[in-house]
Design a protein around this ligand. Structure first.
Ligand SMILES: [Zn+2]
Ligand SMILES: [Zn+2]
Ligand SMILES: [Zn+2]
Length: 261
């Protein structure tokens, strides 16, 4: 089964341009240097699955004309990945039961705390998001069957915090990590398409940088790789010119086809 991955946002937590910054990337006229907060959409069969719903989700959904969403998978509980949850409301109201969300225990706890009015069983707020949290129990890699496609949740390290990346068919999406445990690396072989964190050039305590992500691509050898979660350190065209031909910076609105099942 073919699927389309759409990059809803390719930027780091602060977005690019960054508030108050007039560096040459933030001032760039190239639309590909404008990066909203990180998230991707997967479309296959009749299904639409999101990975994360960040603070720019509303603008991203309007831009991509999203009409329905069937599930949201979360990578972790940082603001740039979860704060658009309330903007799922108009899409969640179309669900007879509730829009299913999937997250690690720790991430689910953070989301339920921040959006207490949406999850509290005692809440009587009528227009709260109609969502249902499903906690992913981690015991090595967890597997989810969503609308005929298998999603494998892969533990990654984001500084000291355990977060998730996801593999689905011949593609994988790994945002926000500084290290990939060996067991997760093993599950990332034989990919056609790999999206991975490459925050900037210099090393960072909780994110992979350009050099480290190139090393990972060299080890996993996917057919194509795209970097994401990029800061204003990386100018689109200029950085692309330095990369191997099968590795590119992603950008908001990029669409790529791949086999999901
Ligand atoms: Zn992030
Ligand atoms: Zn800047
Ligand atoms: Zn993060």
């Amino acid at each position: 089964m073919r699927a389309t991955l759409t990059v809803l946002g390719s930027g780091t937590s602060m977005g690019v341009p960054t508030i108050g910054c007039d560096c040459r990337v933030c001032m760039s006229k190239d639309a590909k240097d404008r990066r909203t907060r990180p998230s991707v959409m997967l479309e296959y069969g009749d299904a639409v699955v999101l990975i994360d719903s960040g603070p720019d989700f509303r603008e991203q959904a309007l831009r991509e004309k999203i009409r329905h969403v069937d599930a949201v998978l979360y990578t972790h509980g940082h603001a740039d990945h979860i704060l658009g949850l309330d903007d799922l409301r108009p899409l969640s109201f179309r669900h007879e039961k509730a829009l299913p969300l999937y997250a690690l225990d720790s991430t689910a706890t953070t989301i339920e705390h921040i959006f207490r009015y949406a999850f509290d069983a005692a809440s009587t707020y009528a227009t709260r998001p109609r969502v249902k949290m499903n906690r992913i129990a981690m015991d090595g890699a967890a597997s989810l069957d969503l609308f005929g496609a298998e999603f494998i949740a892969l533990p990654l390290l984001h500084g000291e915090e355990e977060v998730l990346g996801y593999r689905f068919g011949t593609a994988a999406y790994l945002t926000d990590f500084s290290d990939i445990p060996a067991a997760s690396m093993e599950k990332l072989r034989g990919l056609d398409l790999l999206f991975l964190d490459a925050l900037r050039r210099r090393p960072h305590p909780t994110h992979s940088n350009l050099e480290n992500s190139l090393r990972i691509v060299g080890e996993l050898k996917p057919k194509r790789a795209f970097f994401t979660h990029m800061s204003h350190d990386l100018m689109h065209e200029e950085t692309n010119a330095l990369l191997p031909e099968n590795v590119r910076l992603s950008y908001d609105g990029l669409k790529i086809e791949f086999a999901i099942a």
